[in-house]
Design a protein around this ligand. Structure first.
Ligand code: XIL
Length: 335
């Protein structure tokens, strides 16, 4: 049985995947992805990011993003827009110009409104505010540094200092969320982040941010738990953490699930990975407000992990030859 079929049969909206434009030339890849059996939702891994959609001030390019949006539409899949405001993968012009607060506020509102507006009626949800370090930071800095280098919140619950926060303070978050709502009143608006998947100070800080936004009347519908985990180190408080967000009246989704292992892979690591995928998907099953699970690509052939976390890999439920791993069964059993 297909994973999306199982997810829907269990009351979830979808099981989905991230995908990226270059991979769509691989016909083996697309033949497995396109048939609505395993995947009922797509997220563009890169092609709706700021550098891709507004490479020059006020110059918008949607060709690559449209390819993914059209693919989702043609197969009746949900589409998650990813993302509007993130301190990484920005074009230089955003960071290099020392914009004043009013100027940057207008830039954030215009970027968010234009991109969300372009996909109005197509995107079911948007990662309006995104947070994670990228490849570049992860290679330059140690893993420990990576763990404390986050956006919009630091692990101690304070705000990350980036061009948006430095210039606009917390207001950049409400500016973007309001612009997104105005551009598409039907899309679910999310804050997407990592290290918020478990009980801890960063999760508490995100809950406090959400409460503040709600009190201020700022539109916020959901929280995305990225869920880039390590085999054998999946957090033990995922369900408890989800329940805390559910109590705020929010929906949430597992938005970027992958569970990497230190290479080389072994039979034991594959079995532990199966258990770990089961644990994460079961958590979503246990809390009604968890609407669905998205993997950050489904085959190891196109995973971002090996280039971003040297020495790690094999993070996806299908291997690089498109063969299902035990992890696939872990997901299937959990649904
Ligand atoms: C990753 C993409 O998968 C890579 O292709 C790209 O080089 C870097 O970004 N969290 C996020 C995603 O929110 O946007 C990131 O995607 C992975 C981590």
């Amino acid at each position: 049985p297909g994973l999306n079929y199982l997810a829907r049969n269990s009351g979830k909206l979808y099981f989905g995947t991230a995908t990226d434009n270059p991979e769509l030339n691989d016909t083996t890849y697309t033949s497995i992805m396109d048939n609505y059996l395993h995947f009922g939702q797509l997220t563009p891994a890169n092609s709706m990011k700021w550098y891709a959609t507004e490479p020059e001030p006020g110059v918008f390019t949607f060709e690559a993003g449209d390819v993914i949006a059209n693919l989702a539409r043609s197969y009746g899949m949900y589409l998650r827009g990813h993302n509007c405001v993130w301190y990484e993968e920005l074009p230089d012009w955003v960071t290099a110009n020392n914009y004043t607060a009013p100027e940057l506020a207008e830039i954030v509102a215009n970027h968010t409104g234009t991109v969300v507006g372009h996909y109005a009626g197509q995107a079911d949800a948007w990662d309006v505010i995104n947070g994670i370090t990228t490849t570049r930071n992860m290679i330059i800095f140690s893993y420990r540094y990576f763990m404390i280098f986050v956006e919009p919140l630091n692990d101690n619950g304070t705000f990350r200092e980036d061009v948006f926060y430095d210039t606009l303070g917390e207001s950049y978050i409400s500016i973007a969320l309001r612009a997104a709502r105005a551009a598409d009143p039907h899309a679910k608006l999310y804050i997407n982040d990592y290290n918020t998947e478990y009980v801890g100070v960063k999760s508490t800080a995100l809950q406090n941010l959400v409460k503040q936004l709600q009190a201020d009347g700022v539109p916020i519908d959901g929280v995305g738990f990225e869920s880039h985990f390590i085999v054998g180190e999946v957090p033990t408080t995922i369900v408890e953490n989800m329940q805390a967000f559910a109590a705020l009246g929010l929906e949430f989704a597992i938005t970027e699930l992958d569970i990497r292992m230190e290479l080389p892979a072994t039979v034991e690591l594959y079995e532990q990975q199966k258990t770990d995928y089961y644990t994460v998907v079961s958590a979503c099953m246990q809390v009604e407000q968890c609407v669905g699970v998205t993997v950050w690509d489904w085959t190891d052939k196109y995973s971002w992990i090996p280039s971003s976390f040297p020495g790690y890999g094999d993070a996806c439920p299908w291997d690089a030859n498109f063969v299902r791993k035990p992890a696939f069964d872990g997901i299937a059993i959990a649904f």
